[in-house]
Design a protein around this ligand. Structure first.
Ligand code: SIN
Length: 501
């Protein structure tokens, strides 16, 4: 096989990409692409854990299905949800076999926590609140022992190469100067989230909607983009200028923390008296928005002052340390928090094997719409989704690759190369999305934003530029437009999509 020819190209090195790579038949040659460094991914930032009934008990599986359906307003696909839940035990077992360790008690039994929308404790965690980083570190160690997997860092996939409705690889830009095609029989998009499209997000700022943008340009079906989840408790500071906001895991509320408004009232009793702070995220974020609006402020408080600081430090070492650096001690101080963009529930449409409407193109993880998420996403189902659909994409590839031919019928196009950074355009996209396509939406704001995004997209398409910043900005503009257009079309309020007119 020639250089830059692979059996499988995987775009993205988060949990879905790594787990898919490790489950591809070791006799197949795999290329794993990262546009920066392998560990700069959203999965690294995941704190809470992996939702999983780690047992064969059908009634507990049914409860997990029921919680997922209810939290997502019943517009998710029950068949997909059942597939996710019923494959959780076996898939997480495979993760453990690869060397990943979850937190255990003194008897060696797994410790489970609870988050919003879950009726029981079923979330496995690692290093307290370091689940994502521990899992990614461990999988990276295994990936580096596999001779069939080649990692390309600082290499951004620009566009999918499509011939006769078949994807045959992608064009890439390495270190900002080498532009070349990578050919593969099968390609998996595992590029994760879209956080950078908004002005404030819990995501790694590398999350510029790259997978969605390139799939859209290639003609892939994209669905349910209006459902963008806002995490209720990102740390708030009026002094921080970064668009990336520090996440305070919902598991802190799962272990007993309260939410207070600026008047120190426990306001969730007005919105969901039964589940209170452990209502699903759409309900909690919308409640916080309402409280902030009514009290003329831009944050509420996470209250852990009734909890033991020593316990909190041990259970949530990452959150404890970060908050301490910002001047807040968990267990002693009220922590200012506000919602921030966190997760895209829609995405590129796939079946249960990760296949899209384009031959040989698969999607796994947050950029996919598999049907498991509806109008919202149940906490900690996302890492599970990466595992289950990463695994089943790899399985389908192993089973079908022998029937797939290489096609190299492609010549790379020369493009101009200007040294623009596109910062003003990115800021404009974030500002409009925050103002009009955020927790609360209306027709006028959505239409205005659509027009602005139309103009930005047209301009970008008219003046192509062979740089990473250009392609990221194009992906952001197209992703933002897909969200806005879907939000305009859906007139009723449901889940994360709250329309006031
Ligand atoms: C959290 O720990 O609150 C986030 C986990 C998730 O998004 O499921």
């Amino acid at each position: 096989m020639a250089k830059n020819e692979y059996d499988v190209l995987i775009i993205g090195t988060g949990l879905a990409g790594l787990f898919a790579a490790l489950n591809v038949d070791p006799n197949l040659k795999v290329c794993l692409l990262s546009k920066t460094a392998v560990k700069s991914t959203n999965s690294m930032l995941a704190q809470g854990g992996i939702a999983c009934e780690y047992n064969d008990d059908k009634s507990l599986h049914q409860k997990h299905v029921d919680d997922t359906m209810r939290a997502e307003s019943y517009i998710n696909d029950e068949k997909a949800v059942r597939f996710l839940v019923e494959n959780a035990f076996e898939t997480v077992k495979k993760l453990i076999e690869l060397g990943v360790r979850f937190d255990i008690d003194k008897h060696g039994e797994f410790l489970f926590t609870r988050e919003g929308g879950h009726s029981t404790k079923r979330i496995l965690h690692s290093g307290g609140d370091a689940t994502g980083s521990n899992v990614i570190e461990d999988l990276n160690t295994v990936v580096r022992t596999r001779n069939n997997i080649k990692i390309h860092e600082n290499t951004m996939a620009l566009d999918l190469i499509k011939v006769n409705n078949k994807v045959i690889g992608a064009t890439v830009l390495e270190n900002e100067d080498k532009h070349y095609p990578i050919f593969a029989k099968k390609t998996i998009i595992a590029t994760g989230g879209i956080g950078s499209v908004y002005g404030s997000t819990t995501n790694d700022l590398n999350a510029t909607g790259d997978g969605i943008g390139m799939a859209y340009r290639a003609g892939a079906l994209i669905k349910n983009m209006e459902f963008v989840q806002f995490h209720p408790t990102a740390l708030y500071s009026e002094y921080v200028t970064s668009r990336q906001r520090f996440l305070i895991t919902e598991a802190v509320r799962g272990e007993g923390a309260y939410l207070l408004n600026i008047e120190k009232e426990r306001f969730m009793k007005k919105y969901d008296p039964e589940r209170m702070e452990l209502a699903p995220r759409d309900i909690v974020s919308q409640a916080i928005y309402r409280e902030m609006y009514d009290t003329w402020t831009d944050h509420v408080y996470l209250d852990t002052t009734h909890m033991d600081p020593k316990y909190l430090e041990k259970r949530f070492p990452t959150v404890f340390e970060y908050c301490k650096k910002q001047g807040y001690i968990l267990g002693l101080d009220l922590i200012p928090v506000a919602p921030a963009e966190h997760f895209l529930c829609g995405g590129i449409q796939t079946d249960l094997s990760g296949r899209t409407n384009i031959d040989n193109l698969y999607v796994a993880g947050e950029s996919a719409y598999t049907g498991v998420h509806g109008a919202n996403r149940l906490a900690s189902n996302s890492l599970l989704e990466c595992l289950v659909f990463g695994y089943y994409s790899a399985k389908d590839i192993n089973e079908t690759i022998s029937e797939t031919e290489y096609i190299h019928d492609f010549h790379i196009k020369e493009l101009p190369n200007y040294n623009y950074n596109y910062k003003p355009i990115r800021k404009k996209i974030g500002d409009y999305m925050d103002e009009h396509v955020s927790i609360v939406r209306n027709e006028q704001g959505l239409s205005l934003t659509k027009n602005v995004l139309d103009d930005i997209e047209k301009n970008l398409v008219k003046y192509p530029n062979l740089t990473k910043y250009y392609y990221e900005t194009l992906n952001m503009a197209q992703t933002a437009k897909l969200i806005t257009c879907s939000a305009l079309e859906r007139k009723e309020s449901i889940g994360c999509h709250l329309r006031i007119n």
